[in-house]
Design a protein around this ligand. Structure first.
Ligand code: C2E
Ligand code: MG
Ligand code: MG
Ligand code: MG
Length: 287
């Protein structure tokens, strides 16, 4: 009896682990061909000024449509790519693609996500500089989005690398703010121009008083340090209204616009005209 129970418990657990590892290995192998097989693409999501709802920038988000696995989420394959080292090829692919695409979007900045492993690569800054120069794009068209984990693990090296990127002209954005371990004092040591309040806080906005207070204090922090604040993951008109009341400067989320193909960004900009304002009526409704 006891033995049966042990077997019953052990078997699914063990095979579950094995399938997970095997699946990751398969993903990692398929990923290696993904660029040549034309399976990777880049979607762009508008970032909007909260006050007048003008589109000011877009965030580049990599997409993988695998012949073997179908659409795979970056949340699933980016960690695999970090483990296999393929993240460096993905990073250069996304940056090169963005350089080509932004030519059609005068005045817009493009945010690029950067994994810790990419920043650790000694050639990272040089590679970006070379790719930008090849396309005749100035680095200040870009904001590099980094996460806190990277700063906490090795602050001295991170500081040096960020200073270098900044001196080249790249803007720096702290992504997923509030989910890591960085303190307020900590943030001051790094030259960020933008901070993005993580969507987990926005999801609780209006329902959880603690979330409201935290968001409010992050916005105040950005103001005090002269760092532009972006709230990500806005899914409802109510969240947008609350963020405008809290004087959050920039917003991003499905309620405003979903990530879309480059051509759709071009069409959106054409439709919005010179003001680049979305929901013209909502923006003038007076908050
Ligand atoms: P992130 O940088 O925090 O990007 C925001 C994620 O939230 C994106 O997911 C975006 O599609 C999603 N999102 C946008 N608006 C909403 C909303 O209103 N509600 C909800 N629930 N989600 C929203 P995505 O594209 O699946 O990317 C996931 C993560 O993968 C990114 O998080 C980023 O960390 C990473 N990633 C994406 N593209 C790249 C890339 O080119 N390079 C690297 N290194 N990482 C990337
Ligand atoms: Mg990001
Ligand atoms: Mg984020
Ligand atoms: Mg992230």
């Amino acid at each position: 009896q006891a033995k049966n129970a042990a077997e019953r418990d052990a078997v699914p657990y063990h095979s579950g682990l094995e399938t997970g590892a095997l699946h990751k290995k398969r993903l990692g192998m398929a990923l290696r061909n993904a660029i040549e097989a034309n399976e990777l693409s880049v979607a762009y999501q508008p970032i909007v000024r909260a006050g007048d709802l003008a589109v000011v920038s877009v965030e580049a988000l990599v997409r993988w449509n695998s012949t073997e696995f179908g659409r795979v989420s970056p949340a699933e394959f980016i960690p695999v790519a970090e483990e296999t080292g393929f993240i460096h090829d993905i990073g250069r692919f996304v940056f090169d693609r963005a350089c080509r695409d932004l030519v059609d979007w005068p005045g817009l900045k493009v945010s690029i996500n950067v994994s810790p492993a990419q920043l650790r690569d000694p050639d990272f800054a040089n590679d970006l500089g070379l790719i930008a120069r090849r396309h005749d794009i100035v680095p200040n068209r870009f904001k590099l989005e980094l996460t806190e984990g990277l700063l906490v693990r090795n602050p001295t090296i991170a500081k040096r690398k960020l200073a270098r990127l900044k001196s080249m002209g790249f803007g720096l954005s702290l992504d997923d703010f509030g989910t890591g371990f960085s303190s307020i004092g900590y943030l001051r040591q790094f030259p960020f121009d933008w901070l993005k309040i993580d969507k987990s806080f926005i999801a609780e906005l209006g329902t959880n008083p603690t979330a409201n207070a935290l968001i409010q204090s992050m916005i105040a922090l950005g103001d005090a340090m002269d760092i532009a604040v972006v709230a990500e993951g806005i899914e409802t008109a109510e969240q947008l209204n609350l963020l405008r009341l809290l004087q959050c400067e920039y917003v991003q989320g499905y309620h405003l616009a979903k990530p879309m193909a480059a051509g759709e960004i071009t069409a959106l900009l054409a439709r919005l005209g010179d003001s680049r304002r979305m929901f013209a009526d909502a923006a003038t409704a007076g908050y």
